[in-house]
Design a protein around this ligand. Structure first.
Ligand SMILES: NC(=O)C[C@H](N)C(=O)O
Length: 345
């Protein structure tokens, strides 16, 4: 007989628990109480309904107000209760859910229990809401994910996705998230089916002992567009707290190779100890900086390839490595190698 699982739900905010206010939808505290009284929770699990505990954050946030400090708070809350539970469900707004799922995959070091991040497109109380289904599916995965697969994942609509491969692809569809650069971990239909992929706990670092949260300005995200000015890049690099930039380049990692002032600005940033990581703009893009002269020019200027990392994964990984107190060289080195299944080898 399977043993009864204990699951902790951490409610951080998001549409899933929102209610209408005069200013529009805003997070409301009632969701945690509502979950405790959901009669279908007992019936949703045919054999062993898990024992569920809930904790609510104060204040609850629309996830557009999320900060790196909150990512770390979620990671710490899980780590402090790690022995008491078999799995964790994080209820989160969809807007920045992919960042939090990516960040948790790094900050939850040496964690090999399922951590499932979910939310909803419509509030729990709405008739056609996806909240109930997403919550029950997330609990199901947190309770029963095969041991060989346990990792930080996103359960949303019909998909189970690796947390640090996830990106938001729709503001309307119930399948709001996808993992365009990595196969899905599973599908939720009549049955919950797992696509047996490897387990990916972060077996790396020791943030709890040696880490310190850097200033929010430690990282920046820059998206190239035709006409992008080197002066904009230089202005960003003026900030003395800046340690790393994620550069969303074109296609295979290309940038304006004929614009010498742009190349110089990259070179000066790298020379000043700022790590510049190139990711690809297209949803399914992979950076191969030697495919085009325009890409190798970026590499010559000192930018490094983020290969198939999502922007969310590259940014949160950069932040995590800075939080570990690493030098620019060490950060650059680790940005090129997978530490939590976030990129291909
Ligand atoms: N669907 C949602 O959850 C969107 C909401 N603005 C949030 O991210 O908190």
């Amino acid at each position: 007989m399977n043993k009864t699982r204990r699951i902790l739900i951490i409610y951080t905010g998001g549409t899933i628990g929102m209610q209408q206010t005069v200013d529009g939808l805003a997070p409301a505290p009632d969701l945690a109480a509502e979950i405790r009284h959901m009669p279908e929770l007992g019936q949703a699990f045919q054999t062993h309904p898990p024992v569920i505990e809930t904790m609510s954050y104060e204040p609850l946030l629309d996830s557009s107000d999320m900060t790196p400090g909150r990512w770390v708070q979620i990671a710490r809350d899980i780590q402090q209760r790690y022995q008491q539970f078999d799995g964790f469900v994080v209820l989160h707004g969809t807007d920045t859910l992919a960042y939090t799922a990516s960040a948790l995959s790094f900050f939850l070091e040496h964690t090999d229990k399922p951590v499932v991040v979910t939310g909803a497109q419509l509030p729990f109380a709405y008739p056609r809401s996806d909240a109930r289904n997403n919550l029950i599916s997330a609990l199901e995965v947190a309770a029963n994910m095969p041991e060989t697969m346990t990792q930080v994942c996103v359960v949303f609509g019909s998909r189970i996705l690796r947390g640090n491969r996830t990106t938001k692809v729709s503001a309307k569809a119930y399948d709001a998230f996808d993992s365009p650069r990595y196969p899905n971990l599973g599908a939720i239909g009549i049955d919950v089916e797992y696509n047996r992929r490897g387990r990916f706990p972060t077996d790396f670092g020791n943030f709890a002992e040696q880490g310190q949260l850097p200033a929010d300005e430690a990282v920046a995200l820059v998206r190239l567009f035709p006409g992008f000015s080197a002066e904009t890049l230089r202005a960003i690099c003026q900030n003395s707290a800046l340690r790393g930039i994620v550069l969303e380049a074109y296609g295979a990692g290309n940038g304006p190779s004929k614009n010498q002032s742009f190349q110089d600005a990259i070179q000066d940033a790298v020379g000043a100890g700022i790590v510049v990581v190139v990711v690809s703009q297209p949803l399914d893009g992979i950076v191969r900086m030697n495919s085009y002269a325009a890409g190798s020019a970026l590499a010559r200027a000192g930018a490094i390839s983020g290969r198939d990392m999502t922007t969310e994964a590259a940014l949160t990984k950069l932040y995590y490595l800075i939080a570990l107190g690493y030098s620019a060289d060490m950060i650059a080195q680790h940005m090129k190698t997978p530490i939590a299944g976030e990129m291909r080898r």
